[in-house]
Design a protein around this ligand. Structure first.
Ligand code: SF4
Ligand code: MG
Length: 324
């Protein structure tokens, strides 16, 4: 099949002294081979829990309550730890917001890129050449000469490019990019986004791109999943969602986003009101406390409903019998 990753009704809690924190509730979406899917939402919406669940790098107090994370048909939540370790960095790679999470400060970039190839039978010379080639692919000028340098000798933008090069060395089927441009200025951000687009085509990998900016998602992604307080409130084709958003939260995100990333200031979207406490979830629609269109019917939880092919939203306004 064409499907690479299927998140199927995933619910994840954190056990805390305050009680169970419902970090993810009933999350479903999928990524096809070679597709770029964006996840957008404010901090605390569950993006980080989702990534760590896919990678099985969750904190010890994490409880998987329900659902599956199928990668090429195999439920990663059932995979033995060893197999999961083999999969990480080989079939699924990640680029973090802070590239220093990837780089070892005391090893040269070249040495780190050799280490990544430890499973390959190539000679050291071949591995070195491949490392240089990958640095070239992400746009590092004069790559051979720079392999001997240490992470601190590169700028922040360069370090993030190198982190991307490292993540792609194993030619993964899925690259998870966790706000990889958030720490960069707008010009560098544009460069990285353009480069990711090229690399996706060159390496034919799918990308799960996490951001709190719809503008960035619009530049890069084919489809978008909008998350709010641990749930999916809307998902679909990027252009369609931009032109015809069907959830009030998505509408607010679009209104708050200064638009094209080349022009926008580096501000976080601000929507009045607070994200609900995940340990004491209110009943009914999760967005009710901040929704200017809330109505009595919203005391019931709106289901994530298919509005047309590939476009889902969870809001009663899309149901004829409730939206008057
Ligand atoms: Fe607003 Fe009601 Fe729709 Fe929730 S279901 S987003 S409260 S209109
Ligand atoms: Mg986060």
């Amino acid at each position: 099949s064409d499907t690479l990753l299927e998140i199927d009704r995933l619910s994840v809690d954190y056990e805390t002294a305050r009680g169970d924190l419902k970090a993810l509730r009933d999350i479903s979406f999928d990524i096809r081979k070679g597709e770029i899917v964006g996840i957008v939402g404010e901090s605390g919406c569950g993006k980080s829990t989702l990534i760590s669940s896919i990678l099985r790098l969750t904190a010890p107090n994490t409880r998987f309550r329900q659902g599956e994370v199928r990668f090429k048909g195999q439920d990663l939540l059932q995979l033995p730890k060893r197999k999961m370790r083999d999969l990480r960095g080989a079939d699924i790679s990640i680029v973090f917001q802070d590239p220093m999470q990837t780089h070892n400060p005391v090893l040269s970039i070249g040495r780190q890129m050799l280490d990544i190839q430890h499973r390959s039978n190539a000679t050291k010379t071949e591995k070195w050449a491949r490392a240089a080639q990958m640095l070239g692919a992400v746009g590092i000028p004069d790559p051979e000469a720079r392999l001997d340098q240490f992470p601190h000798e590169f700028s922040g933008g360069m370090r993030q490019r190198i982190a991307i090069a490292m993540a792609l060395m194993s030619e993964p089927d899925l690259l998870i990019a966790d706000e990889p441009t958030t720490a960069l200025d707008a010009t560098l951000e544009v460069q990285i986004i353009e480069r990711l687009h090229q690399l996706q085509q060159e390496f034919d990998c799918a990308i799960l791109f996490i951001s709190h900016h719809l503008g960035v998602i619009a530049e890069l992604c084919d489809r978008v999943v909008v998350m709010y307080a641990g749930t999916v409130v809307e998902s679909g084709d990027v252009r369609e969602i931009f032109h015809d958003p069907k959830h009030p939260y998505t509408r607010r995100l679009i209104d708050c986003d200064p638009g094209h990333i080349k022009e926008r200031a580096r501000v976080l979207p601000t929507i009045p009101g607070e994200v609900p406490d995940l340990a004491k979830l209110p009943g009914g629609c999760i967005f009710r406390g901040r929704c200017y269109q809330a109505m009595p019917h919203c005391a019931k939880v709106p289901p994530l409903t298919k509005l047309k092919e590939g476009h889902h939203a969870a809001c009663w306004l899309n149901h004829e019998e409730t939206a008057q």
